[in-house]
Design a protein. Structure first.
Length: 269
């Protein structure tokens, strides 16, 4: 039985994944990491699920948090061990594999940041397609104050998202920023009042879930491959994806629905 991550299904095609360690602000330890990878793998293979939302579990009397990042009190190994470098290298590789998997996920993934978002928690959010946050959410990379650097993709994904100099400012200073500042920098895509975060996030997820999951996947890969290459290479990948989409049942359904003036029912085929 999983204890560190739980899943709720909404409207049959939206999965809401909770990081479920609210007693420690959903800090990421080996158990949570393993369960998150298992669940994300299962959801990727579930044809009924079209959108995944990742958020932090909440508990009465506990501060709200998306994730406080790496659980330094439960890292899965001893920092004082002479083998600390090799042991932590193994841990980082596992984390990077998980975050890269989420980054390359075949379905849209939304990070719903409902409170504190620290270090590895920010890096997890950065691995998602979109970051929705409430106004009281806060973001910080505290690693430099502890004597190391963000190592779960933070230096790379943050710079690509908000620009090199702004990323350096946040990482070099370890400054905590609020939701408004995060939105201004482009770290957050959508900022909402605290009591509207879930409603706004679900409304957006439902809009995506109505579309062809196959075409959404093609569009996602075309955008991401293009961003990793030259414009000409990206355009070539786009054309190839377009040609593939012309052979799908969803295209025929979409065109038929348009001509018949009805709402299409896409099946992802």
């Amino acid at each position: 039985m999983r204890e560190n991550v739980k899943v709720e299904t909404i409207d049959e095609n939206i999965a809401k994944v909770y990081l479920n360690r609210p007693q420690v602000m959903n800090a990421i330890n080996p158990g949570l990491r393993a369960e998150l990878e298992e669940i994300m793998t299962e959801l990727a293979e579930d044809d009924n699920i079209r959108v995944v939302i990742i958020t932090g579990a909440e508990a009465p009397g506990k501060r709200k948090a998306f994730s406080s990042g790496d659980d330094l009190k439960d890292p899965g190994f001893d920092f004082k061990s002479p083998d600390v470098l090799s042991e932590y290298y193994k841990t980082v590789n596992k984390i990077m594999r998980l975050y890269n998997f989420i980054d390359d996920y075949p379905k849209p993934v939304i990070a719903m940041v409902n409170g504190l978002c620290i270090g590895g928690g920010v890096e997890l959010a950065l691995s998602c397609d979109f970051i929705f946050a409430c106004e009281s959410a806060t973001f910080v990379f505290p690693e430099v104050t502890l004597g190391f650097i963000p190592g779960w993709g933070g230096t790379q994904r943050l710079a690509r998202r908000i620009g090199e100099s702004q990323a350096k400012m946040l990482i070099y200073t370890g400054e905590t920023i609020d939701g408004k500042k995060a939105k201004e920098l482009g770290l957050v895509d959508v900022l909402t009042p605290d009591d509207e975060l879930e409603q706004v996030t679900l409304s957006f997820a439902r809009k995506i879930a109505e579309k062809s999951p196959l075409v959404i996947q093609m569009a996602k890969f075309a955008i991401e491959k293009g961003m990793e290459s030259s414009l000409r290479s990206g355009l070539y990948y786009e054309i190839l994806s377009l040609m593939v989409s012309l052979k799908t049942e969803d295209l025929r359904e979409g065109l038929s629905a348009f001509l018949e003036r009805r709402k299409p029912v896409f099946k992802g085929r």
